[in-house]
Design a protein around this ligand. Structure first.
Ligand code: TIU
Length: 220
């Protein structure tokens, strides 16, 4: 089995059976005027990881391994958005309102597009998810089982919200999860650091973490 130097210990995966899940690298979180900035966050730290995420995606493309992109987005009628989620945030704008990049966090609006550098290519699945976790109310588990994938590398934003929620959902479903440390980011550096620590604590209670270049080298 190929291995990757990781924390808290070496990560092993069956050759050819490792998928990449890129969480929510959409304009809503990475560009000014989207959901992230509406919530009062500085989006610039998230924009900085785009080249690193691209290196990771390109590594999986070169190795002909599956790549799945997700977007956090709701139906235009918001029937899949709990009123409790819509009510959060405390700002002037909320989910479904018209913002600078179209209706906020709504599927099909310009803000819901993946950032252009990380656009999906033909053959790469794009999952639109109404929740923070990518398994909730989606076909992600079906897609992975269909493709015989039990090992996942995760990347994207934000580390402690959608990435960690997805990693925990995956872990409970029996997937062996490795988080790309530098291909994920938070609006809060201390939350990112705490998330990496809590994932790999207790002998890898949720999974493993490793840098992007170490992961990409192991795919060759
Ligand atoms: N607000 C925040 O940190 N994140 C989200 O709302 N969604 C994702 O993490 N994608």
């Amino acid at each position: 089995m190929p291995t990757i130097a990781a924390q808290p210990y070496e990560y092993s995966f069956p050759a050819g059976r490792l998928a990449l899940i890129v969480i929510d690298m959409q304009r809503d979180f990475v560009e000014e005027g989207g959901f992230g900035s509406v919530l009062g966050n500085d989006v610039r730290p998230l924009a900085k990881i785009v080249p690193t995420v691209r290196r990771l995606i390109d590594g999986f493309r070169a190795a002909h391994l599956p790549i799945i992109h997700t977007r956090e987005g709701h139906k235009p009628d918001l029937s899949d958005c709990p009123p409790s989620k819509r009510a959060r945030g405390g700002g002037k704008l909320t989910i479904g309102d018209e913002g600078p990049m179209g209706r906020i966090l709504v599927d099909g609006e310009p803000g819901n597009d993946l950032v252009s550098e990380l656009a999906a290519r033909p053959g790469e699945a794009v999952i639109v998810k109404p929740g923070k976790g990518a398994f909730y109310a989606t076909h992600l588990d079906d897609i992975l089982k269909r493709d015989g994938v039990g090992h996942l590398v995760l990347a994207g934003v934000t580390t402690e919200v959608c990435v960690q929620t997805t990693m925990r959902e995956a872990n409970d479903r029996g997937y062996e999860c490795l988080l790309a440390e530098d291909a994920t980011e938070s609006y809060f550096p201390e939350f990112k650091a705490a998330t990496l620590a809590m994932i790999r604590a207790q002998g890898g209670i949720v999974g493993w973490t490793a840098p992007t270049d170490t992961i990409v080298k192991a795919l060759r």
